[in-house]
Design a protein around this ligand. Structure first.
Ligand code: M6R
Length: 617
């Protein structure tokens, strides 16, 4: 969703801000703008549409040199994506400029108050009220930091606000409540952004801010207060060093970030395993801040997440229940708190989120903690809100995921879930050490298996070429193949904008089989033979859809000959245990969605209507 950049320092602020916005494009947006402080005034440009439109506006009417500026990419909430509604928004006299992410819930009342006082608001946005209120405060004699503190005390909702004052070229001031914001600390310069990608080429020293904090950046450094103006307490914000560099945020020769990220999965799995077991295969999750005693007391696990993270949760349930015998529930984060879930001190809530900023998941963990449940986050983004507000965290170490469609994020969420399950089994003694070591050994093989599938991408690409006019695609799976069917369908919906649905294969004859018609492509994820009768039942399901004319695209492990006669296309998977099969089965489905969308001429990294981090509920 919205991307925010703020800068003060010795460089040309317009360059830093526009380049920062370019690195945040992946978050999803529909307009963009910039404001600078120059010669005692604010100067601003903004345009609906992609950054190219803003680039053109800046080329036609260049901004003057400045060392202080803010910028924004907007994902519309209040008012359509027009030039008028694009950020920055200015106060009544044009002295203060503001950019904003989130929703100011009491904006209608504040707007009515402002209009009653004679303010003329020029946009449909909730943001503009903040600009008018801030400007009124500085006009009344407060400095911009004090003004931000006063205004934040009046705002309700979730927001990140970043502001500049034309009369004060030496500072940029920001505040955050339930919305992302990080600070970058350089030599004689400071940065603000929705995430570190915006300033990673200038500095890797960052600060994660706490809730309801106001931050003032200048050439000399950073000051953090609460909204009442008190200096923030030590520990309420956290300096950290970003462990990846600019090259990780670039395409590295691939046409799309998504394709690059699919290909980074072997390395991402390795990074997620690194240091988390000893030479004997015993798990060591040192970073987990929940004691072994507390873990032994857990009597229920609830896994919460949205979209792809929800499908990782579904896979986790199969593995964790099997290895630990602890009952697991899987819950969409946005449904969780509204159904009044039963939570006790012995409940472990596992929140899965690549970005660590998904508002629905954040609200779910807050509810869980209010009810005294323990919360463990599985997250890919250091410095983000969800791990900060959790009791414990397992970072996935996939590196930045920029394509909107999650790929290596999902893959490493699976790794983290497996490690968690095995660690619980170790702590609670539900698996012997040698059994755990064996599974860890199999996880260690995964990078090679995934690489083998990537090396065979050509087969999937040919399939995408043949199916490039398909209007509907189904995905079937059983057991851990069911969430993979759902994930395959989600990838296709997101990227190719076609009807795609995933089903548990056993559910077919209870309704979905009516969808099957001549030449309908149906992907079938076949469990390894030998797991009860799952395999044979899946083969029956494949026969049933084929008998009705479907084109079956079957993903089955090496050596599974039984299924071959019923496969119009057969994609071979490396032989792995059933519980780990999602890690290999998902790869051809990711490649297929990426390639099909490419052939359809879609923007794979920034699909329409979608945002990378969904920071509003
Ligand atoms: O950052 P999160 O993992 O919390 O995001 C959750 C979903 O929004 C995300 O997985 C979404 O479904 C992806 N675009 C799927 O590819």
């Amino acid at each position: 969703m919205c991307g925010i950049v703020g800068y003060v320092g010795h460089r040309d602020a317009a360059d830093v801000v526009v380049e920062g916005l370019r690195r945040l494009e992946y978050r999803g947006y529909d307009s963009a703008g910039i404001a600078l402080v120059h010669d005692g005034h604010v100067v601003a440009r903004k345009r609906a549409g992609k950054l190219a439109n803003l680039d053109k506006a800046l080329a036609d009417d260049p901004l003057p040199p400045a060392g202080t500026g803010i910028g924004h990419t907007r994902w519309a909430t209040h008012g359509p994506p027009t030039d008028r509604n694009a950020h920055p928004h200015l106060g009544a006299g044009g002295r203060v400029a503001v950019v904003h992410n989130g929703i100011i819930e009491n904006f209608a009342r504040l707007r009515a108050d402002l209009e009653r006082d004679g303010h003329e608001l020029r946009s449909d946005t909730d943001t503009e009220v903040a600009a008018h209120l801030l400007e009124a405060a500085v006009e009344a004699g407060s400095d911009l930091t004090e003004a931000m503190q006063q205004v934040c005390r009046r705002l309700e909702g979730a927001f990140t606000l970043v502001a500049i004052d034309g009369a004060d070229p030496d500072r940029v001031v920001a505040a955050r409540r339930n919305s992302p914001l990080v600070v970058g600390v350089g030599e004689g310069e400071s940065f603000l952004a929705s995430d570190v990608a915006a300033f990673i080429e200038h500095t890797r020293d960052a600060i994660e801010l706490g809730q309801d904090q106001v931050v003032t950046i200048s050439r000399d450094g950073v000051e953090v207060t609460d909204v009442d103006g008190r200096p923030a307490e030590a520990g309420s914000y956290r300096p950290y060093h970003v462990d990846w560099d600019l090259s990780a945020a670039e395409k590295g020769g691939f046409d799309w970030f998504m394709r690059k990220e699919i290909h980074e999965q072997p390395a991402a799995i390795t990074a997620s395993m690194l240091g988390r077991h000893d030479a004997q295969g015993a798990l060591q999750l040192d970073e987990l801040r929940i004691s072994e005693e507390e873990l032994r007391e857990v009597d229920k696990i609830i896994l919460v997440g949205c979209g792809t993270a929800n499908y990782a949760s579904m896979v986790a349930k199969y593995a964790i229940e099997h290895w630990t015998r602890i009952p697991c529930e899987v819950e969409l984060a946005h449904e969780f708190r509204y159904r009044d879930p039963i939570l006790t001190r012995a409940t472990l809530v596992v929140a899965i989120s690549q970005s660590g900023e998904t508002a629905d998941t954040l609200m779910a963990i807050r509810h869980a903690r209010q009810q005294r449940a323990k919360v463990l986050a599985i997250c890919n983004t250091n410095g983000s809100t969800i791990p900060r507000e959790s009791d414990a965290v397992i970072y996935t170490h996939a590196g930045p995921e920029i394509g909107v469609a999650s790929t290596k994020g999902f893959m490493t969420q699976l790794v983290a879930c497996y490690l968690l399950g095995l660690y619980l089994a170790q702590v609670r003694g539900t698996k012997y050490g040698d059994e755990i070591a064996q599974i860890v050994g199999e996880l260690e093989q995964m990078p090679a298996y995934v690489q083998r599938l990537l090396d065979a991408s050509e087969q999937v690409h040919r399939l995408a070429e043949e199916l490039s006019t398909a209007r509907s695609v189904l995905f079937l799976g059983r057991h851990t193949g069911f969430p993979i069917a759902l994930e395959g369908a989600l990838k296709l919906k997101e990227l190719a904008y076609i009807h795609a649905e995933g089903f548990a294969a056993g559910e077919l004859k209870h309704g979905p089989i009516a969808l099957v018609e001549d030449r309908l492509p149906v992907f079938c994820v076949v469990p390894p033979p030998g797991r009860d009768q799952l395999h044979d039942k899946m083969v029956s399901g494949i026969q049933e859809v084929r008998a009705r004319g479907a084109r079956t695209i079957v993903l089955a492990e090496d050596g599974d000959e039984e299924v071959a006669p019923y496969a119009d296309d057969l994609i071979r998977l490396p032989r792995v245990p059933t519980l780990l099969q999602p890690m290999v089965a998902v790869v051809p489905l990711q490649l297929f969605a990426c390639e099909l969308a490419t052939r359809m001429g879609h923007d794979v990294d920034q699909p329409r209507n979608l945002a990378k981090s969904v920071t509003v509920e």
